[in-house]
Design a protein around this ligand. Structure first.
Ligand code: PBG
Length: 325
């Protein structure tokens, strides 16, 4: 005798499948990372990220306008800094005249309704290509905090909405929260890169910003991909220190960590679908090995299903363009 339970009944039509659908991704869930260039009318494709361009401020404003029309309302802006502006102390990161800070001001002026997130870490501005200050071949924690504090304040002064400390120094969330509050920026949020792993999936991003470390690797500050429990320690500290959101990064090889933080925190959880995860799908699709559109949607769905409330993804615009309400 056949079992009377037939789960296939709930899959028999598009209407029923839609009714019983458990997870849905919408443009509201997405943050679009953007790469900023100095100058005017500049647009260069990132070779390892087909469809993703570094843009000068004027063109980025247009890009943001077209994303807003598609329902993408949140942006994470990263600067591509020329070598001549890099130094050991990432000095340009808090120079209010530097193009990144000027551009942030311009974006918030033209699109006050856009949610603008920034990156707090030294690597794009550092001649060493590390997220922290290098002394005698080591990344020094507490001296880095002082630089990150200056950087965060300079970014907050432009009117941005969310700071994204991606550096993984100990104590930086509390340090930044304090400095922000003392300077009247109580409304600026912190999305902490809580469980950021020392990953092989960041390479295309480092191409985009030309920000690869000049020596060594990032294993003394980014987490060991083998570790799970340690993510709970980071989550607890970031929560105590005042983070508004906790992030897991990368996303796909760390879906279990996304679920772990979701089940153990009351804070919204974000996941960064990183550059290498984007490039893998694009490269396979270009060869005709995958249906890129299906692979994109399935990927974003898996990250949301794992427990992410928010997804940072280079697919944001493409996804929104094809999104049907
Ligand atoms: C650096 C930073 C990185 C990314 C975001 N911020 C790279 C790194 O840690 O080396 C990676 C994002 C991506 O790969 O899409 N502070």
């Amino acid at each position: 005798m056949l079992n009377t339970r037939r789960p296939r009944r709930n899959r028999k039509s598009e209407a029923i499948r839609a009714m019983v659908e458990e997870t849905i991704v919408t443009p509201n869930d997405l943050i679009f990372p953007l790469f900023l260039l100095d100058g005017k009318n500049q647009k260069t494709e990132v070779a390892s990220m087909p469809g993703i361009f570094r843009l000068s401020t004027d063109l980025m404003l247009k890009e943001i306008e077209s994303c807003l029309k598609l329902g993408i309302r949140a942006f994470d802006i990263f600067p591509a800094v020329e070598d001549q502006h890099k130094d050991k102390f990432a000095t340009k990161s808090y120079d209010p005249k530097f193009f990144y800070l000027q551009a942030l001001r311009e974006v918030k002026k033209q699109f006050p309704e856009a949610c603008v997130m920034t990156d707090v870490a030294m690597d794009p501005y550092s001649s060493d290509g590390h997220d922290g200050l290098v002394k005698d071949g080591k990344i020094v924690n507490d001296e880095t905090l002082e630089i990150l504090g200056r950087m965060a304040l300079a970014q907050a002064e432009t009117g941005i909405d969310i700071l994204g400390p991606s550096d993984m120094m100990d104590g930086r969330v509390g340090y930044l929260r304090n400095i922000l509050d003392q300077n009247g920026f109580t409304e600026v949020s912190i999305m902490s890169y809580t469980a950021k792993y020392a990953s092989g999936f960041y390479n295309p991003f480092r191409d985009a910003l030309d920000s690869a470390p000049k020596f060594g690797d990032k294993k003394t500050y980014q987490m060991n991909p083998a570790n799970r429990t340690e993510a709970l320690i980071e989550a607890q500290l970031d929560t105590e220190e005042g983070a508004d959101f906790l992030m897991v990064k990368p996303a796909l090889a760390y879906l279990d960590i996304i679920r772990l933080l979701k089940d153990n925190s009351q804070l919204p959880i974000s996941a960064y679908n990183v550059s290498g995860e984007y490039s893998m799908i694009k490269a396979a699709a270009q060869r005709g090995w995958l249906d890129g559109d299906r692979a994109m949607k399935e990927t974003l769905l898996s990250i949301k299903r794992a427990g992410a409330d928010i997804i940072l993804t280079y697919f944001a615009k493409e996804f929104a363009a094809g999104f049907k309400h």
